[in-house]
Design a protein around this ligand. Sequence first.
Ligand code: ATP
Ligand code: MG
Length: 400
Amino acid sequence: MDKKFELATPIINKLYQFGFEAYFVGGAVRDYLIGREIADVDIATSATPDEMKKIFNRTIDVGAKHGTIVVVTKQGSFEVTTFRSEGTYINSRRPSKVTFISSLNEDLKRRDFTINAIAMTKVGDVIDFFGGKKDIEDGVIRTVGKPSDRFGEDALRMMRALRFASQLDFTIEKETKEAIIQSHSLLEDISIERKTAEIQKLFLGCNPQLGLRYLIETKVYLFLPQFSQNKTLLEKLLNVELKKLNNVEEVWSVLCLAMKISDIDLFLKKWKLSTKLIRSVKQLVKFVNKRLQAPLSNWMVYHLGVEQAIKVENILSIMENNQVKSDHEIKNQYNLLPIKERQELACDGKDLLSWFQSKKPGAWIEESIQAVEKQVVEGHLQNDKLLIKEWLISRANKSS
Ligand code: ATP
Ligand code: MG
């Protein structure tokens, strides 16, 4: 069994010692059976949060209301959730009431897809009430129970289906897909934050083309900001190598470029992205557009830094299929820059004022420093005080 499960086994052992049941559940079991790298190991148990708090020395209350406790051990922290079934749903969203029940079967039944509804004992025996293992073998995403009911309970599951299709390279079973087509409008009531998380995972999956195709075919795109008006432009993305996307900055940049978004701030704010991410995407889009006109200059690398420059080149290679510089070449180019930031310049505003005593302080200082900075970064002028002074004087003479 995978090391990650072994690290969590003491928790299961302890729960049994105290007379409770406990199993590995959810994404970790699915990924283990697929042979994919396992993210977090989750445990389901018959013990209630209060009972768990008594048994384990260190716990964190993350969602005791929903039955989830984080148990902290020397081997790591693990989410342990009490078996539960979910009550009625309001607005196709969260459960209004969670009832703890001592039944693994009931707990698995409330899970979204058969592949996510498999449990495993601590010795690796698989408990599979809903044919999840077969669906993994066949590469199929199918709801547990009647798809239209399940999407009616929680509309986000429709986006989860598309996202898993992309992440696992699985197809969506016919009836499940039909139900998404029928129920897609329920997504109206889902919070944008949850949609954002799913869209990002979809585009960063191993078959984003497939995810995008489903997004269009099922009409889910109609309930996503800006996507709804841009079907044709989105379809064009089906022909580019989205698989090369490495991070969320690249995802949003590619979407902005593909949909020819003019007000990036407005668009990304609709998706409730952080200011930091929006700033980064704006820079990337700006420099991708610059790069369409010219090669990656020292001046561009200087402004971007290595990480952003790598992203710019990757976005270009995806969107334009351009020959671009490798990460290694970009790192070298950066390392060879004569200066990495303005502070390293051999002159400053004070020097300029002393060299041009007839001039009053003003915007010319910033303009001159920027001109010097560019010359130095591009390697046309040595970062030497005297040489900079000479260059500035001859420049001033030329322009007068
Ligand atoms: P990953 O963490 O890789 O995104 P995951 O399958 O672990 O995938 P989580 O969101 O972490 O997904 O949820 C853990 C488990 O909880 C799922 O495997 C599934 O069994 C259940 N689950 C999560 N969200 C829902 C939902 N909206 N409806 C029903 N069950 C869900
Ligand atoms: Mg998970």
